[in-house]
Write a protein that binds this ligand. Sequence first.
Ligand code: BTN
Length: 238
Amino acid sequence: MTNDKISVLHFPVLDSTNRFALEIKDFSHLTTVVADSQTAGRGRMGRSFFSPENGLYMSVILQPERIKCPLSLCTPGAALAVRQALENEGIRGIKIKWVNDLLLNGKKVCGILTQSQTENGKISKIVIGIGINLCKGEYDFPEDIKDRADWIGFHGDKLNLAKNIAAELNRYICSDNSDICTEYNSYLAYIGESTTVTDYADNNRRVSGTVLGADENCFLKIKTEDGNERLISSGEIG
Ligand code: BTN
């Protein structure tokens, strides 16, 4: 890992920081796009992401050749990076809900969406989009997510937090000596608990069982009700 300069492009409002980051041509490794609000924030599975002014919406651009971990570990690495940057700000007790949500007291406080761009059949750019619910303000959550989402209670310098997250991201996924899977497991929520997971790689099959942890690819290990172990590569808990 090197001491790369993190250049921040800050806008009061964008449709989506991920959309902007995917489109810009003039960028370097760790260029970070930040918006105070988004009008069309993108979530996983084509969903939208609620993005009022009391949040942090950022997208970090990574040059694929700088990434040292398998590309499949970028999103788990990003979850660890946000958790660590928040802990550095005194926000403790954050857990990771497989694969890419951060929870505080069991409620979602951050979502992560990784997207990439391909040129001539090769990945040319990776964009890690991060949305954090910072502090309760004028805008409260819409009815459909209100029971599952919360604010972390951060009132500090947003741009400084964004830079620290980008630096942690670089540390986790662009250095030789990070052990993403081991650390990921130590912050994983629901270990030992019964849950139901939607398995996207198996026609959205609903799988019930006990969460055992994540394997070396950060796939979710579940002990199903018939006593077998099942690995889920892509899906969602709950
Ligand atoms: C999810 O929870 O489904 C993922 C949400 C990711 C939201 C962030 S906000 C910044 C970046 N720009 C976007 O349009 N989406 C990501």
